[in-house]
Design a protein around this ligand. Structure first.
Ligand code: FES
Length: 104
């Protein structure tokens, strides 16, 4: 299912993240400073203990959880911490003035 996530004007600035809620989902959009034309969308809640990832930091293509510092690749959802569940990521695309995500 494809759902509208936000309007383009609501996207975070390059190098920043912003959370969006709706349809029972809490998603985070990140725009890496190096390539702000790319949009990365992932669950806003850390798979470890539910911290809000948009309150963490963005280091290139890695989001760092604000609570215990776990790091997730925002393109793949993989973490460098062994045994943890991966972060769920979503495909995003921009069409006209809106951003849509593919929800399984
Ligand atoms: S809640 Fe994110 S690393 Fe623990």
């Amino acid at each position: 299912m494809i759902v509208k996530l936000c309007n383009v004007q609501d996207l975070p600035a390059p190098g920043e993240m912003r959370a969006f809620q709706g349809r029972g989902l809490e998603l985070c959009v990140a725009r890496p400073r190096k390539d702000p034309s790319r949009l990365f969308v992932f669950d806003n809640r850390c798979p470890h203990q539910n911290a809000m990832l948009n309150q963490g930091s963005l280091e290139g293509n890695v989001v760092v959880c604000p609570l215990h510092g776990w790091r997730y690749d925002i393109a793949t959802g993989c973490s460098d911490v062994a045994g943890d569940p991966p972060l769920k990521t979503y495909e995003a695309r921009q069409q006209d003035d809106a951003v849509f995500v593919q929800i399984p």
